[in-house]
Write a protein that binds this ligand. Structure first.
Ligand code: HPA
Ligand code: MG
Length: 191
């Protein structure tokens, strides 16, 4: 394969496309089995855009039951990778969540602030159940006690891009997850 400029911005590949594919098969099966064994007929996925769009689209097709989908946009990272402000919903959910089985989907559990805040907000709609699924969980970054119900991969504390994850809105279209070369990242004091 010819290395593109985008590929050469990576220090290394952390999770390749085959590993993502395999793990998503497992996650889809685990999630489907969990709800079906509890007699749940329909699931409501709430995807946090933009980071989870690729993960959510691939996961959704592995969930073998009725599923409704909506997206929520949260502002917490001020266009770079450092969580400067408190997370805030800036595009409201249109689906009715009351009494529903809700699965919140995000790309990465980092400080935990986004998921913790969103879970708090979604609880106010009184869903019957509320679980969370993240593609990645970054080690050693948590600033709150929040744990996701389903985790794709646990990764070291490095800045990653690809498969939906960005730096300054770039790299989401990489088919794998890689560590961005340090000289292309924000200065360490921002992280
Ligand atoms: N990459 C992209 N976005 C992020 C990361 C990361 O490592 N951590 C939190 N948001
Ligand atoms: Mg981002």
């Amino acid at each position: 394969m010819i290395e593109t400029a985008m590929e050469s911005d990576l220090a290394r590949i952390l999770v390749n496309a085959d590993a993502i594919d395999k793990r998503l098969d497992e996650l889809g099966e685990t999630i489907t089995n969990h709800y079906q064994s509890n007699g749940v007929e329909e699931l409501t996925l709430i995807c946090i855009t933009n980071g989870s769009i690729i993960f959510a689209a691939d996961l959704l097709r592995r969930i073998n039951m009725y599923a409704r989908v909506d997206c929520v946009r949260v502002s917490s990272y001020q266009n770079e990778d450092s969580p400067i402000t408190e997370p805030e919903i800036i595009d409201q959910i249109r689906l009715d969540l009351t009494g529903r089985h809700v699965l919140l989907v995000d790309d990465i559990l980092d400080t935990g602030k986004t998921l913790e805040k969103l879970v708090m907000i979604l609880q106010t709609f009184e869903p019957q159940t509320l679980e969370t699924c993240v593609l990645l969980e970054k080690q050693g970054r948590r600033q709150c006690r929040y744990e996701a119900t389903y985790v794709g991969f646990k990764i070291p504390n490095e800045f990653v891009v690809g498969y939906g994850l960005d730096f300054a809105e770039r790299y989401r279209n990489l088919p794998h997850i890689g560590v961005l070369r340090p000289e292309l990242q924000n200065p360490p004091e921002w992280q």
